[in-house]
Design a protein around this ligand. Structure first.
Ligand SMILES: NC(=O)c1ccc[n+]([C@@H]2O[C@H](COP(=O)([O-])OP(=O)(O)OC[C@H]3O[C@@H](n4cnc5c(N)ncnc54)[C@H](O)[C@@H]3O)[C@@H](O)[C@H]2O)c1
Length: 339
């Protein structure tokens, strides 16, 4: 089995590469990544010399490049993680989100049409459903909840989902889509809530919290997400959407306080800042379908997962310190100039 993992130098894609290489040592895994600011080759360092792994630098929206890769590699499965993924960045500069998240997905689907594929899997997000009110804890997103996006990021992801489903219906491309809630765990870029708070806490810097910190997210340990995608690409039904979430709802403030307490710091570090425009209030996934059809359930509870994540950041300071200093961006040159 040969799998192209796009966006594998990012947070979830990187974790997925490690998960798959460990679980299926006989598979060939190719990571295709543009190495934007969010891509970090050091995440893949432990597998770089594995003969069953290959890294290819490129843009999923570059048609010529993608077609050539498909022609040469003849992959069986594509798992598309590659995306611009930061909501705040999509508010300040939406254009690149449309280019990568929509056009890039279209190019990958066209390549699947052209060269044939056993499975195309689109990694999507619960943000395509919009948000839920704080005063209705009984409500959850199911796979039939209408798409109702709030940010350029979520709108670009929803557009990509619609393209994927249209290519299935029109061209019979064997696709699946997963829509997952917020992930956390190792290799998470320190501009996102949890790693940012851990890094700032360790550096005794202020902890910026949007608004009153009451927005609720449904946190899933990244390995549980990888396991869900593994089940979907092998046993999921073609043409189907699967929601992935762990019933681990926390307000942003609760998350920040948990990190402060675990690191023995003062809650005075919290600094409330002006809220994000259009900030979604609550996300909450109903994962009944993937549980009933594929037997998936999250294995890591939030309290355990956050401890493991904090330990990882404590034990892997060079990884995130190089990101904060910007040094990680020289890594590709260092790794590849002599190869
Ligand atoms: N992080 C979450 O909590 C979360 C939750 C649900 C779904 N998702 C989805 O999962 C996927 C991965 O998210 P993440 O948090 O790991 O993102 P990330 O920003 O950490 O990583 C994205 C990766 O994609 C690469 N990339 C960007 N543009 C590219 C392009 N044009 N061509 C090739 N590579 C490109 C980047 O270099 C980076 O390595 C995204 O599609 C995101 O929408 C994320």
């Amino acid at each position: 089995m040969k799998i192209i993992v796009t966006g594998g130098a990012g947070f979830i894609g990187g974790n997925f590469v490690h998960y798959m290489i460990k679980k299926y040592p006989e598979y060939d895994i190719i990571c295709l990544d543009k190495l934007t600011y969010a891509g970090n080759l050091e995440t893949l360092e432990p597998v770089m010399d594995n003969p069953k792994f290959k890294f290819v630098k490129g843009d999923i929206a570059d048609r010529e490049f993608v077609y050539k890769l498909f022609e040469e590699e003849k992959p069986d499965i594509i798992v598309n993680f590659a995306a611009e993924s930061h909501v705040d960045r999509s508010i300040s500069d939406p254009g690149i989100f449309l280019q990568t998240n929509i056009i890039g997905t279209g190019v990958l689907l066209d390549a699947c049409r052209e060269y044939g594929i056993k499975r195309y899997h689109q990694v999507s997000t619960d943000e395509v459903y919009g948000d839920l009110p704080l005063d209705r804890p009984d409500l959850f997103f199911t796979e039939t909840t209408p798409l109702h996006t709030s940010s350029p990021y979520s709108a670009s992801k929803a557009s990509a989902d619609l393209l994927v489903l249209a290519y299935h219906r029109t061209f019979k491309i064997p696709v699946t889509i997963s829509r997952c809630s917020n992930n956390y765990g190792p290799y998470h870029f320190p501009e996102k809530l949890i790693p940012l708070m851990i890094a700032n806490c360790l550096n005794d810097k202020p902890l910026p919290v949007y608004g009153k910190g009451e927005n609720v997210r449904d946190w899933l340990y990244v390995e549980d997400h990888c396991h869900a995608i593994d089940l979907i690409i092998h046993d999921g039904k073609v043409g189907e959407v699967y929601n992935i979430g762990g019933h681990n709802e926390r307000t942003n403030l609760q998350v920040v306080e948990t990190i402060i307490d675990a690191l023995g710091k003062s809650r005075d570090l919290i600094q409330y800042v002006t809220d994000r425009p259009g900030h979604d209030m609550r996300y909450a996934i109903d994962p009944t379908k993937i549980h009933n059809e594929l037997g998936w359930e999250p294995e890591t509870k939030f309290d355990e997962g956050i401890k493991r994540t904090i330990d990882w950041y404590l034990n892997n300071k060079p990884w995130w310190e190089k990101i904060i200093s910007g040094e990680y961006q020289n890594y590709y040159e260092k790794m590849y100039s002599g190869r």
